[in-house]
Design a protein around this ligand. Structure first.
Ligand SMILES: [Cu+2]
Length: 469
């Protein structure tokens, strides 16, 4: 039997698809380009993945290309055509875009109907690693594959020999190798850890190879696009520095040689130095669950050898993200998370109606923020652009959550997991952990704050803040 087939039947599939890029091949913004508009076309459409040589291809939904590349500070017009049977919308995760371009269907725009198109217009203010994904029936559309990495290129090339993407995803397949669509919407999963797949891919491939020279330095952009699985990568034997989190550069690269935990929707940019004595193929292991899987392989280019002595990498150029200072915030709110399995949620308000846990379950709700399941009519808080906001998030549940704030980057207080001063658009909190996010209110509009274990969002873990001019 084909090796890949066997791996799948063990339900321990692993794959990584890599999008190798030589840095010299990148195109950077020029003076002439500054006056131009970067026009892109994204087609939401069915796609097939050829993962198993002895099975028919797997039917997915896709956004028509492997990676979307934009240039910082240059206006973009991205037309999204919907050639799917269902309505959809596109959210530019981590990008500071005007509110009506944020893609949150039902809050900032109407979903794009089948056969229709919508043009998103914004100028990327920040370089870095982001992603675009459906924000309509997200639990289903993300499980079907409706997302893609988004790279906003710095106007000055970052010095590295290679620039590789590692887009981690897991897929729930049935015994015929097709997406297991019957299990979508399982309340058991929605009230526990969310939907977990049984096949790991990287860049939508199974164990891809990342070509590098021995002794070379690679910029590695890591994204977790899974619905709910917390991933972890082993970086043993490598000299690594974190140079950006969620697209935002660290002021000083942070050396790390431990396993890197990446919650759904989080991103890390690393520089990785390949040892000079490596040859052949070296695995990159994913260790987020009980199984240790080789997700991808470094493929050492035969006979190659680059520099042997490496300095610490230089930081990426800073983005113009407003950073909250110290001192008393202009606004403070508390967000109490309750519910989920073993959480003892007895009642909550859903669509302005108090409901028992049983009635909530009938409405596919299992979690609450401040006693309200799903999107409330009123915002958690209202702040003027430029005001400093603090939200204290109290995780009174038995489950980890990955909290995402649209349109902003925040700093964290009270978390041992992250380096102080890092900026995030998504942050992981463990069970019974509290943390405080702190940020400057950005562009006017309605900005979602939700759990990015996307089944948790669907089952209640979502609210919003209002920013006024
Ligand atoms: Cu959650």
């Amino acid at each position: 039997m084909d090796v890949k087939r066997r791996a799948f039947l063990r339900l321990a599939g692993t794959g990584i698809c890599a999008l190798p890029l030589n840095i010299s091949g990148l195109v950077y913004a020029s003076q002439e380009a500054a006056a131009k508009v970067q026009k892109k076309l994204i087609t939401l459409q069915p796609e097939q993945a050829y993962w198993f040589s002895q099975s028919p291809p797997t039917d997915l939904w896709a956004m028509g290309q492997n990676v979307l590349r934009l240039q910082q500070h240059i206006p973009a017009e991205i037309t999204v055509r919907n050639r799917l049977p269902d309505a959809s919308s596109v959210h530019w995760h981590g990008m500071r875009v005007p509110n009506d371009m944020d893609g949150a269907s039902g809050l900032t725009q109407q979903a794009i109907d089948p056969g229709q198109a919508f043009t998103y217009r914004f100028t990327p203010p920040d370089a870095g690693t982001y992603w675009a994904h459906s924000h309509h029936n997200t639990y289903e559309q993300l499980a079907r594959g409706l997302c893609q990495p988004l790279v906003v290129e710095e106007s000055t090339p970052y010095p590295a020999d290679h620039d590789h993407l590692l887009v981690l995803d897991d897929w729930r397949l049935n015994s015929t190798g097709q997406l297991d669509l019957e299990s979508l919407g399982s309340m058991h999963e929605w009230s526990h850890g969310g939907r977990m797949g049984n096949l790991l891919t990287v860049n939508r491939e199974i164990t891809p190879r990342l070509p590098v020279e021995a002794g070379s330095r690679t910029r590695l952009r890591i994204l977790n696009t899974a619905n709910s699985r917390i991933m972890a990568l082993e970086l043993n034997g490598l000299q690594c520095w974190i140079i950006a989190k969620d697209g935002q550069p660290l002021t000083k690269p942070l050396k790390t040689n431990e396993s890197l935990t990446i919650a759904p929707a989080e991103r890390y940019d690393l520089t990785v130095d390949i040892p000079t004595d490596w040859q052949g193929e070296q695995p990159i292991h994913e260790t987020g669950s009980r199984t240790r899987l080789a997700g991808a392989f470094w493929q050492i280019i035969p006979g190659s050898k680059q520099r042997t002595e490496r300095q610490s990498p230089q930081p990426l150029p800073a983005n113009p993200v407003p950073v909250p200072g110290e001192g008393k915030p202009d606004h403070h709110a508390q967000l109490l998370m309750t519910g989920g399995a073993m959480g003892g949620l007895r009642s909550a308000i859903y669509r302005n109606t108090p409901m028992s846990a049983q009635k909530l379950s009938v409405n596919k709700q299992a979690w609450a923020f401040n006693g309200v399941a799903n999107l409330p009519d009123k915002p958690l808080l209202s702040a003027r652009t430029g005001a400093t906001v603090e939200i204290e998030i109290v995780n009174d549940t038995r489950w980890p959550h990955g909290m995402h704030l649209h349109g902003h980057h925040f700093q964290l207080r009270g978390s041992d997991r992250y380096e102080p001063g890092m900026l995030h658009d998504t942050a992981l909190m463990e069970r019974n952990e509290n943390l405080t996010i702190r940020f400057k209110a950005g562009l006017p509009g309605k900005w979602l704050l939700h759990c990015h274990m996307i089944e948790h969002q669907a089952a209640g873990m979502v609210t919003w803040i209002e920013v006024t001019a």
